[in-house]
Design a protein around this ligand. Structure first.
Ligand SMILES: [Zn+2]
Length: 257
């Protein structure tokens, strides 16, 4: 894993680098053996915010997937980030995964920690449980196209719910309950849209003792929407090696043999 902190000031670079390393230490045992770049920007990327909403704080992007990848995973990135993803001489891709954090996210320590922990949990889902994450991404795609209902909030999707819970746990361990509570309060107060407000209210109310079984929750939803998921894969994702290999009828279909 490589941490790249963009800043003209050495003290800011050092401080953010060490903060990122502390967050990563919280995950160490579980971080998959992926080549990943964690890019900490000092400005906000307008194209990413235009695509994901002004409230977006950061993102995790899988780079090792086919061109046929789901629409929701195709994201714009700043050129100075893109240029780091490939070897300048051979043109070969040198990272499998990217975590990108906007500059404004990193101006407040607790904000950087919550966002990085959240995106790292998505990286873990991608590296350790790719089939579950693919099924979750499919449900996001189908909900977005209104083929399935029942997801009223972004945090209703299992991958998101688990990432929110983990990020709150990590931030509370590193910064204390009070700092996390005050930050979430400030996010609720400054939210510019209802979704964002509901997301931070959810974060604020979430008990740290909650146990969340990602696989069990995804599987229950998959079985509920199985017919539509299978039809969608059959029509649109036959060239996607991961999605087309999902066999929801098999017990423990998400486990990689
Ligand atoms: Zn997320």
């Amino acid at each position: 894993m490589t941490v790249y902190v963009k800043s003209d000031e050495v003290s800011i670079r050092e401080c953010r680098e060490s903060l990122c390393n502390c967050v990563m230490e919280q995950f160490q045992a579980h971080i998959p053996s992926l080549r990943f770049l964690c890019f900490i920007d000092d400005v906000d990327d307008p194209s990413l915010k235009a695509k994901l909403g002004q409230a977006n704080l950061g993102v995790h992007v899988n780079l090792d997937i086919d061109e046929s990848l789901l629409e929701c995973q195709r994201l714009p990135l700043p050129q100075y980030v893109k240029s780091l993803l490939h070897d300048q001489t051979s043109g070969e891709r040198v990272f499998d995964s990217l975590i990108y954090l906007h500059g404004s996210t990193c101006a407040i320590e607790v904000s950087l920690i919550i966002t990085l922990a959240h995106e790292l949990q998505h990286l873990l889902q991608h590296g350790n449980e790719p089939r579950l994450l693919a099924a979750d991404a499919l449900m996001i795609e189908l909900a977005r196209k209104k083929f399935i209902s029942g997801f009223n909030n972004w945090h209703d999707f299992p991958s998101e719910r688990e990432a929110i819970l983990v990020s709150k746990r990590v931030a509370t361990r590193m910064c204390g309950e009070e700092a996390v509570r005050l930050y979430a309060d400030s996010q609720i107060a400054s939210a510019t849209d209802d979704n964002e407000k509901r997301r931070w209210e959810f974060f604020q109310k979430l008990s740290l003792s909650t146990t969340y079984h990602f696989a069990a929750v995804v599987n229950a939803l998959v079985q509920e929407y199985r017919t539509k998921l299978e039809a969608y894969i059959g029509l649109n994702l036959q060239n996607d090696s991961l999605c087309s290999s999902l066999d929801f009828g098999k017990p423990d279909w998400w486990k990689v043999e």
